[in-house]
Design a protein around this ligand. Sequence first.
Ligand SMILES: [Fe+2]
Ligand SMILES: [Fe+2]
Length: 245
Amino acid sequence: MSDAKAEPLADPVRQLVAEAWTFRRQVELDAELRFTRLAGQLAQLGAPEALVSLAGRAAEDERRHAGMCELLARAYGRVDMPPAPLAAEEVAPAGMALRERVLYEVVAACCITETESTAVLTTLLVPEGAPRVRAVLRDILRDEVAHSRLGWAWLSHEHGAGTVSFLSRHVPSMLEGTASPRLFAPGAPEEESPALLKHGVLPHTRKRETFVRALRDVVFPGLERFGVDTAPARAWVERRSAAGA
Ligand SMILES: [Fe+2]
Ligand SMILES: [Fe+2]
């Protein structure tokens, strides 16, 4: 890729970039399967047609994102792609009724994960970024904003239909599922390299700061608007931050 070659990257950094885009491809493929399932479940629950088709479109978007991530991963030297996931793991605890299970998954996948993704992509869109990387980031960002809105729209719908306060005690597990296990631990020196930023990867400390800021500025206030108490989630952030420091 001309952008990647224009400025030679130290090998460990290039490898991290290739790994990050490969990992994103897997996440996008997983999201495609999840949105496909959610579109069917939302229809089953009698969701407004606009939301069902938004979920269907989201699945298509994710497949396209996966393709763009794969191209970038290869441009940075990745040769073999891991096998595509066959099914998206159910995130809600076993035994929940369909309506609660879908709300749980939509909040985890859209209100939390897609909002986090939007924050990361926005932070990554630095003017000095490689042009091809910026084009992909912009394209993905536009869609992820819509995917996040789908979550808030369904939460609002369900809030109008009854109580959604049961979510409160589950938000820490949702966060646990979204944050990488190493997010709050110190990163290796190459993971802190400022060179990563131009190639679409946040240095480790930036990644953690972006994650926590998006929770405090967007996700928590959003949940509170619908009467979801965020005290357990805020305590989770404090606990994980203290443990990682
Ligand atoms: Fe995506
Ligand atoms: Fe998405």
